[in-house]
Write a protein that binds this ligand. Sequence first.
Ligand code: HEM
Length: 387
Amino acid sequence: MTTIPMYDPLSPEMISDPYPAYARMLEERPIHWHPVMRAWVVVRHADCVRVLREHATFARDPGRTGEEIPDFRQNVQMMDPPEQTPLRQLLVGAMRSQDKDQLFQEAVAFLRGRLTAQEPGEPFDWMATLAAPFALHMSAALLGVPEPDDEAYAEISHGIALRMDAGLAPENIPQGDAARKRLNELGESWFPRPEGDDGLIANLIRRADKEFAGSHYIRNSAAMMFNASYGTIFAMVGNAAHLLATVPGLLPELSVPSHVATGVDELIRYDGPAQGTSRTAVTETEIQGTRIAAGDSVVTLLAAANRDPLVFKDPQDIKLDRRPNPHLGFGSGPHACFGSEFGKLSITAMIHALRDEGLRPCLAAEPTRRTTATVRSLDVLPVRLSR
Ligand code: HEM
């Protein structure tokens, strides 16, 4: 009999620091049935990779296990190959058409402006003052759409983050679905794009054939991309700044040019925003000798797999030159993040902006975290900037 207490992702201890519990699960309980989520919880890197890649056995699309998906929830993330493939290829193609250098310069300039607007030594909330406006600005710049109202958008994004925890807190579903509908309405307002527009969405429409270009799949997926970008950049800019403020010597070490690229991946491995994702078995199978029945849900804890000692040497240490670093912070398989380059670009821009201004965030008071399990994010991060 194992002595590990039940994995309770929304408990204050887990919200504060889930990594000790992940380490114990990796050692003592690599797979277990969670009675509240009614799902198998899987933590080993190899098992997570298998579940995410073997899409013939593990479905993302709830339609494959008999659930009706209303139109407003239909997007690239809710489909599986082969139906998903042409849509995903279009989105990836439009994503690649963007000028990364220009977006990077814009990101650094935006952040330098925000950093220098702060009174030196005066405390401020990094999340509200910097992470949220930066995430909104960059997501709008990436998609080539107008910046939505910040407060209204923050509410939509939080509603969707709560919806991701539906297995743990089903009471969040109505609020989450309402947020998704508001997001889709926002997405609708971006179509069609004006003449001469060369942004990502304009590019997407040009690449799609006529029938596809007008479909709700494209519009919902564009809206979903905006939120995938906003939510993760917001959370990661916070998680990374928290590490910079609390781990001595991290910022100077990260500022060494040869460490930046591997260092950003390492920060995402070490404390990324995406803690887990789920799939449903469509046929009977087994994981670690445990029988998984057709119709069973499987939660892959990506953030636990990112600390798997079978894959990562000294997993609890930050090694900015870690190579290789096959972390699952961006997922794996047919639903792996295709905004990963842009996500990394945003964190790299933050490091450059701090380095260029010679500034370092220092904790000004205890931070508070959002009570969400799928997305690990700070709510308030009080810092002051020092030279
Ligand atoms: C540091 C930043 C980011 C992190 C940590 C991150 C993480 C992830 C993860 C873990 C997944 C896989 C989810 C699953 O398998 O269920 C994912 C999917 C996705 N991400 Fe990101 N992401 C980031 C930034 C972005 C950005 C900037 C975009 C902008 C377009 C984006 C767009 C997407 C999309 C569209 C998907 C769904 C892909 C599909 O289902 O085919 N992400 N992301």
